[in-house]
Design a protein around this ligand. Structure first.
Ligand SMILES: NC(=O)c1ccc[n+]([C@@H]2O[C@H](COP(=O)([O-])OP(=O)(O)OC[C@H]3O[C@@H](n4cnc5c(N)ncnc54)[C@H](O)[C@@H]3O)[C@@H](O)[C@H]2O)c1
Length: 257
């Protein structure tokens, strides 16, 4: 028996990084997983990997900011499985710049992928969860939603808004047995941790400050596997009286000053 047996889940941004690991772990725990991802090549590979290990997955290569494409994927999933138990809003992009250097275009793009698509996905699945009187909406935000590195205001604004939106939906949907929670990772080694071609979790500054000096008390960067278990927990029956919460998975970083 897996922790997510007979569950049907959507994971956005499932082609690489955290989304891929969440999708693989969900499938391993018995869920059928809809993989929503803009990169057709990576998402097909994840679909193949899950199927090869005996799991159930269907790839939906699409841009989650395209409402009609997102709605068509939800409709297809419903005709395949008849229900949607879990939505993991994971996909995001980061475009670095400060208020002095960034552009309106970059701001709009990040708000569109990182926040508006979270709204769209939630809006598309919530009525079906209401119908079944069961659902889990889990959004991946970031410690940048409440503490800033000083170089990505639009990303941070979207991540902060996700925390407020999570609480808002938790209050609105609690009466239908739909739990809405968020997860805030700290530093994680994924393709996103590459900034200007350099993996920020491997630089000498990172190693000295965050690892050697213990700014991250667990003295290492995080990996997708460090976060995916928390997402599995939130989707599983072990989580049943917790909603509107933010779980910070950062190796202790936010507990230091
Ligand atoms: N990597 C970190 O250090 C870190 C830290 C805190 C929070 N997070 C959050 O974790 C989540 C996953 O990040 P990651 O590090 O795995 O990132 P990543 O860049 O490695 O993966 C993101 C995935 O989302 C997909 N994607 C992007 N835009 C899309 C769109 N419009 N439609 C469909 N798919 C799209 C990408 O193609 C990619 O496969 C994000 O919400 C991110 O903000 C990451």
């Amino acid at each position: 028996m897996g922790l997510l047996d007979k569950q049907v889940a959507i994971v956005t941004g499932a082609g690489q990084g955290l989304g891929k690991t969440i999708a693989l772990e969900f499938a391993q725990e018995g869920a059928a997983v809809a993989l929503l991802e803009i990169n057709a090549e990576t998402v097909k590979a994840v679909e193949a990997e899950i199927r090869a290990s005996g799991g159930e997955a269907r790839a939906y290569p699409l841009d989650i900011t395209d409402y009609d494409a997102y709605a068509a994927a939800v409709a297809d999933l419903l005709s395949w499985k008849g229900k949607i138990d879990v939505l993991v809003n994971n996909a995001a992009i980061a475009i670095y710049g400060t208020i002095l250097t960034d552009t309106l275009d970059a701001w709009r793009k990040q708000i569109s992928v990182n926040l508006e698509a979270v709204y769209m996905g939630s809006k598309l699945v919530a009525p079906h969860m209401v119908e079944k009187r069961y659902g889990r909406i889990i959004s991946i935000t970031s410690i940048q939603g409440f503490a800033s590195s000083g170089d990505c205001g639009a990303y941070n604004s979207a991540k902060g808004a996700i925390i407020a939106f999570t609480k808002s939906m938790a209050v609105e949907l609690g009466q239908y047995n739909i739990l809405v929670n968020a997860v805030a990772p700290g530093f994680m080694r994924t393709p996103m941790s590459f900034v200007n071609g350099v993996d920020e979790t491997t630089t000498p500054d990172f190693i000295e400050w965050y690892v050697n000096r213990g700014k991250v008390p667990l003295r290492r960067t995080g990996y997708p596997e460090d976060v995916s278990g928390t997402v599995v927990f939130l989707a599983s029956s072990y989580c049943r009286y917790m909603t509107g919460q933010l779980l910070v998975v950062d190796g202790g970083l936010m507990s230091t000053f």
